[in-house]
Design a protein around this ligand. Structure first.
Ligand SMILES: CC(C)(COP(=O)(O)OP(=O)(O)OC[C@H]1O[C@@H](n2cnc3c(N)ncnc32)[C@H](O)[C@@H]1OP(=O)(O)O)[C@@H](O)C(=O)NCCC(=O)NCCS
Length: 159
């Protein structure tokens, strides 16, 4: 893990954590794909039981986050993002591995995710051991009207 990086787990309507997350969100997602969430969308999910947010910070500055929602023994990686200037240093991988550890601690046995078929994040998911499940043609619509397929991936963690 990068020296000095802290990973903080947040649950519920934590305003500071959500503000930090929105800072990264705004910088991290290309507006062309319309994938960034708004603060009300984030707040709506944060108050649901079984949701947790992990924020990576360096000297209190947020650099990345992972958002996971769980139901019983399954969970879904809803969002994973690292601020552009901080990419390629292992922060995304650290956040994802930490989310999997948190899931395991909670007795969760699998994590699912859905990603645009043209997203480089797929290489991270495959590196960690996620397996391709299926393709949804034209699932995402970019701001230019172009349609992009979604791929779903899953990792089974056993018990
Ligand atoms: C995906 C994302 C979170 C990766 O964060 P990151 O901190 O740069 O990733 P890491 O440095 O931890 O990369 C770990 C591994 O992932 C893969 N990877 C990450 N980014 C990659 C890229 N752009 N191209 C190819 N492989 C990549 C590599 O295998 C890398 O391992 P390596 O360094 O040993 O080669 C970041 O690019 C991002 O925020 N993207 C925009 C938001 C997004 O689309 N999120 C995913 C959908 S919610």
């Amino acid at each position: 893990m990068m020296p000095g990086l802290s990973l903080d787990l947040h649950e519920g309507a934590d305003r500071n954590a959500m503000a930090d997350t929105m800072d990264v969100m705004t910088a991290a997602f290309d507006p062309v794909f319309g994938e960034a969430w708004t603060l009300p969308q984030l707040a709506g999910v944060m108050i649901m039981p079984g949701t947790w947010l992990t924020v990576a910070r360096l000297d209190a500055s947020p650099l990345g986050f992972a958002l996971v929602r769980s139901v019983l023994d399954e969970c879904e990686l809803l969002l994973l993002a690292v601020a552009p200037l901080w990419r390629g240093r292992g922060i995304g991988e650290t956040l994802l591995r930490d989310s999997l550890r948190t899931a395991r601690r909670r007795g969760i046995t699998s994590m699912n995710l859905e990603v645009r078929a043209t997203n480089n994040a797929i290489q991270l998911y495959e590196k960690i051991g996620f397996e391709y499940v299926h393709r949804r043609p034209g699932y995402y619509r970019g701001s230019d009207g172009q349609l992009y397929d979604a791929l779903s991936f899953r990792i089974d963690m056993g018990i």
